[in-house]
Design a protein. Structure first.
Length: 52
């Protein structure tokens, strides 16, 4: 029982860490896109990442 609970906590922590990392990555990509002239495909991909 204790193992199951700890795994659940680990899973939640990993989920929050993953979503936070995705947000940081998308933010960095957005700043990079603002700093440089990027192709339209890259901008669309960045918007898709932010919207999801």
């Amino acid at each position: 029982m204790a193992y199951g609970r700890s795994y659940l906590v680990l899973g939640l922590a990993w989920y929050w860490y993953g979503t936070g990392w995705c947000m940081v990555l998308s933010f960095m990509l957005k700043m990079h896109a603002n700093d440089h002239n990027v192709p339209r495909v890259d901008a669309g991909m960045i918007k898709k990442v932010i919207n999801t």
